[in-house]
Design a protein around this ligand. Structure first.
Ligand code: KDO
Length: 334
């Protein structure tokens, strides 16, 4: 008997036993595939958190899910995840506000620098009524359900060569790599730099060879992706308290039983807690680490950056799409 006939025979026997009530249904059924795609590098907390997600589900729902973790954008390229989810080729991803803003312009309010004050503010905003409203838009218009909000870290400017950067004017002419969408490029330009689009996976080499002068990312990412090896300075602009959202395609979400949904949600929350705690802790220690690595860590005039960046957004077409009163509600969230 060849392998496929043998497999069919075993499956048929399993189904017959399940029908007869001799096998638990879960064992006879095929597992629910949960394919995950992320550009995160393996040593980053928001890559490792997916193992926490998988372990949590393996424990709460043994044998029910087949969690497949694909790091380094090996399954889908950065930013392509929402389209893959819509096509039914991907179940889970951690999508950014920038990914969402491409399809839901109102969401661009969360791509604007200096709107979210700090990590606590971020969690309050997204875990409260504002999050509920905005995630409903995401569910309706993108057909994905947001399960939780990941603190990606606070973005800083990271340069190949040391510059005296106090205000946005001092970044004039600096080729600053940003991820490749117009919302990201707008942020880079608002910071005063010449924004250059590039995928995350290409940043290390571009810094090494000098095709870009710098990049922006939270400190834990600068460490995990080893950008500190090929740069000489971090300018602590604190320009974006960045978040990504663990999201599941509605087609997959709706196909789950209520008990399975609750377990998937709990697994996403466990992964989020793991990432957020570790990332915050590490972020607080990294200035010392980078100094030990020989980098210069500079403190610019953050108020000057805040004023210029906010002005750029408030006078842009983006601000026209923001829900009425939303900026005041975000500011008033304590
Ligand atoms: C980046 O490309 O700079 C970025 O930080 C953007 C985020 O939205 C997110 O995609 C992140 O990369 C990746 O998860 C890699 O850390």
């Amino acid at each position: 008997m060849n392998a496929s006939l043998l497999r069919r025979g075993v499956l048929a026997a399993g189904a017959a036993l399940a029908l007869a009530g001799w096998l638990p249904a879960a064992q006879a059924q095929t597992k629910v595939p949960l394919r995950i795609s992320t550009p995160a590098v393996p040593d980053d907390w928001h890559a490792k958190m997916w193992t926490v997600f998988k372990d949590s589900l393996d424990k709460s729902a043994p044998g029910e899910f087949d969690v497949q973790i694909n790091l380094n954008a090996s399954l889908f390229k950065q930013g392509a995840e929402p389209a893959a989810m819509a096509r039914g080729n991907l179940e889970l991803a951690s999508i950014s506000a920038f990914d969402i803003a491409k399809l839901i312009p109102e969401f661009s309010i969360f791509t604007a620098g200096y709107v979210i004050r700090d990590p606590q503010h971020q969690q309050k905003v997204f875990n409260g009524p504002i999050g509920d409203e905005m995630f409903k838009l995401v569910a309706d218009k993108m057909d994905v359900t947001v399960l939780s909000t990941i603190y990606l870290g606070t973005r800083e400017v990271n340069l190949r060569d040391v510059r005296n950067v106090k205000t946005p004017a001092d970044l004039k002419g600096v080729k600053l790599r940003m991820p490749g969408s117009k919302e990201w490029l707008f942020l880079g330009e608002a910071l005063g730099a010449t924004a250059t689009p590039l995928a995350f996976g290409e940043v290390y080499l571009a810094l090494k060879t000098g095709t870009i002068d710098g990049q922006d990312n939270p400190l834990p990412t600068v460490r995990a992706a080893k950008f500190y090896e090929v740069t000489k300075q971090v300018v602590m602009t604190h320009h974006l308290v960045d978040g990504i959202f663990i999201s599941i395609a509605n087609k997959s979400w709706n196909a789950l039983t209520p008990a399975q949904r609750q377990k998937v949600k709990a697994a996403a929350q466990a992964a989020t807690a793991y990432n957020n705690e570790n990332r915050l802790k590490e972020e607080a220690q990294l200035v010392d680490f980078f100094k030990q690595q020989g980098l210069q860590v500079a403190t610019p005039d953050v108020d000057a950056f805040r004023k210029t960046v906010l002005q750029a957004y408030m006078s842009s077409d983006y601000a026209k799409t923001w829900p009425k009163g939303m900026i005041d509600r975000i500011n008033a969230t304590k």
